[in-house]
Design a protein around this ligand. Structure first.
Ligand code: ASP
Length: 339
């Protein structure tokens, strides 16, 4: 029997650390080391391992991920596993999902517990990721599943997975939708297919304009009694700050404190500005509340409605749209499809 050909691309992260002389964990392991630590992989797949970088995911950039997507798009394999740090996995997986449209499984995995600890989770997560990539149901539905994250024996859609805890082992979840599949014994148990119309529509818009220059997006989170000084800086000094767009982590169904509304409106007139729920995703309101700080007023004032996307994912989508040179109206249309 021919085994599926799986490419493992290692970026770095806790999964790839080893202790230095002081005992502090430093980046050090490459893709070959990660694969060699899990002999059972050889029974599942013909693995080809490549070290792309040895950096913590908190230091990855959009340019790294665009280069990675270009590499993945050109691979002649049956599945791809990306290993990286957990800190930005919820963003990098979504960016890859926006940039790739392949009919093979593409899976991102990582580790919460480093290799020097008792029971590190990296080897188990890598084995699970390869098992998922080789699974017949996953392979048959690869395009419909999109890019996936595999952590602690669960499979998540890239658009929905969130890091929900900074340190514990079960740090990942998809609170709005739940997992796509679970690993039990040596089986992958399918649970759901993701709803991907909005991502497919985004692909159509983004594909026509691949490449492009970095387009920094400011992320402003609204807390109780936010005075709006950061927004003020954005509207008063747009050239000095260099942001090309903004995401507002808004309250409730899409609200901001009334005192900042004039600033937010000026910002929306200056830069594509997306309103996204600080509650962590989930569809927002469109036509319930009245008054100057309501969703009705903000939408009328030209704020782009971020739909069900978490603010971090909205920021990734906005950067990708701006980098691709999409107009404000097309960007609004791309976001609108997210509900
Ligand atoms: N700071 C690390 C990283 O994201 C943490 C981890 O991998 O869990 O690279």
């Amino acid at each position: 029997m021919t085994l599926p050909r799986i490419k493992v691309l290692a970026l770095g992260g806790t999964i790839a650390t080893r202790p230095d002389a002081s005992g502090a964990m430093q980046m050090g392991l490459g893709a070959d080391d990660l694969v060699a630590a899990v002999p059972a992989l050889a029974t599942l797949a013909a693995i080809d391992a490549e070290t792309v970088s040895k950096v913590g995911s908190h230091s990855l950039g959009f340019d790294h991920l665009h280069a990675l997507a270009t590499k993945i798009a050109a691979l002649d394999v049956d599945g791809v596993i990306v290993t990286q740090g957990t800190d930005t996995l919820e963003e990098t997986a979504f960016l890859l999902d926006l940039l790739l449209d392949r009919d093979i499984p593409v899976i991102v995995t990582a580790a919460m517990r480093n290799p020097a600890l008792t029971s590190p989770d990296g080897p188990g997560n890598l084995l699970a990721a390869v098992r998922v990539a080789c699974d017949p149901w996953v392979r048959a539905h690869a395009r419909a599943l999109g890019v996936m994250a595999v952590m602690l024996d669960e499979v998540y859609a890239a658009s929905d997975v969130l890091k929900v805890h900074p340190t514990r082992l079960n740090a990942f979840a998809a609170p709005q939708t739940g997992p796509l599949a679970a690993l039990v014994e040596d089986r992958v148990v399918p649970l759901a297919l993701p709803v991907r119309e909005a991502i497919t529509a985004a692909h159509a818009r983004l594909a026509a304009s691949a490449g492009g220059k970095a387009a920094p997006v400011a992320l402003c989170w609204f807390g109780l009694d936010e005075p709006g000084f950061m927004i003020e800086a954005l509207v008063d000094h747009p050239d000095r700050l260099g942001y090309r767009g903004a995401v507002l982590g808004a309250m409730g169904g899409g609200h901001v404190p009334e005192r900042v509304v004039p600033l937010v409106e000026r910002l929306a007139a200056l830069l594509p500005t997306v309103v996204s729920p600080r509650a962590g995703g989930g569809p927002m309101l469109r036509q319930t509340y009245g008054g100057p700080s309501s969703e009705i007023a903000l939408r009328k004032a030209g704020l782009i409605w971020g739909g069900r996307l978490h603010p971090l994912k909205a920021r990734v989508l906005l950067e990708t749209c701006l980098r691709a040179g999409l107009s404000r109206d097309i960007i609004a249309e791309v976001f609108d499809a997210f509900g």
